[in-house]
Design a protein around this ligand. Structure first.
Ligand code: NJP
Length: 239
């Protein structure tokens, strides 16, 4: 309650459900994505539920835009309590030899570089919170070696390493940084990855969001871990 949360990729899917759940729990949500209409729709839903949000229409690849958001939030609030690095890109599911360099660069920019820019800009604000929480959405693909998933999997493995490093750098502060692995969820990205799959068999994003909120709680002590939604517990990626 009364906490300030930034959610990237808040326009649909897991990010949108998380933004709504945070607002319902009393946080003011800064909702970032590219699609303005979908952000406005999110704002309507949050207001209807008695919550508040600020909308940030931005391409997460715009590093200077992320920096400007950092300055703005610092001036306005002086801190950030919760950072949810959720925005993600899938890229092509193709043999490594068939991937296009443009696709490779784009998926790295969204899944890895943008999350580093978020850490770079928001680490000082998270440290100003009495319980800064950074949560990044990874994927089990990172530690499986599945043919044709190499681009997405490699970016999520890099994200895991990035967040583990951030956790190590903040271990003596009040900041806790963890990864969240949702397993298959009924979203646009999953439908793009697995055309023909019966989406009704998959959990809805609204059933995932409460577990993400657990990682945002001030009582959380773990850091540098992966919370596996399907196992319902933290798994260490050093094991
Ligand atoms: O994806 P989707 P999910 N700049 O496609 C935003 C991971 N995950 O909810 O910009 C700014 O419905 C996009 O907004 P917009 C996955 O890797 C999923 O499934 O308006 N925002 C939208 O809000 C990802 O990290 C599954 O197009 C950008 C959001 O990102 C996270 O969960 C399994 C952007 C994507 O919504 C959320 O994915 C798993 C940009 N350049 C991990 N590019 C699963 N669904 O099964 C995209 O293990 N966005």
């Amino acid at each position: 309650k009364g906490r300030l949360a930034l959610v990237t990729g808040a326009s649909r899917g897991i990010g949108r459900a998380t933004a709504v759940a945070l607002a319902e729990a009393g946080a003011h949500v800064i909702a970032l994505a590219r699609t303005v209409g979908a952000l406005e729709d999110l704002d309507d839903e949050i207001r209807a539920k008695g919550g508040t949000a600020s909308l940030v229409p931005l391409d997460i690849k715009d590093g200077e835009g992320i920096d400007r958001l950092g300055y703005t939030l610092f001036e306005r609030y002086g801190k950030l309590d919760i950072l949810i690095g959720n925005a993600g890109a899938l890229g092509s599911i193709s043999p490594l030899g068939h991937l296009e360099p443009k696709d490779w660069d784009n998926v790295f920019a969204v899944n890895v570089t943008a999350n580093w820019r978020l850490i770079r800009s928001f680490d000082p604000l998270l440290r100003k919170s009495d319980a800064g929480r950074a949560i990044f959405i990874t994927s089990g693909a990172a530690w499986k070696s599945t043919a044709y998933w190499g681009l997405y999997a490699t970016t999520k493995a890099a994200l895991n390493s990035l967040v583990a490093t951030y956790a190590a750098e903040t271990v003596n502060s009040a900041v806790r940084a963890n990864l969240f692995s949702p397993g298959p969820v009924r979203t646009h990205m999953r439908a793009a990855a697995m055309p023909g799959e019966d989406a009704n068999t998959l959990p809805h994003p609204t059933t995932i969001a409460p577990s993400i909120l657990l990682l945002a709680s001030p009582e959380l002590t773990e850091t540098g871990q992966i919370y596996d939604m399907r196992e319902g517990k933290f798994i260490s990626f050093r094991s």
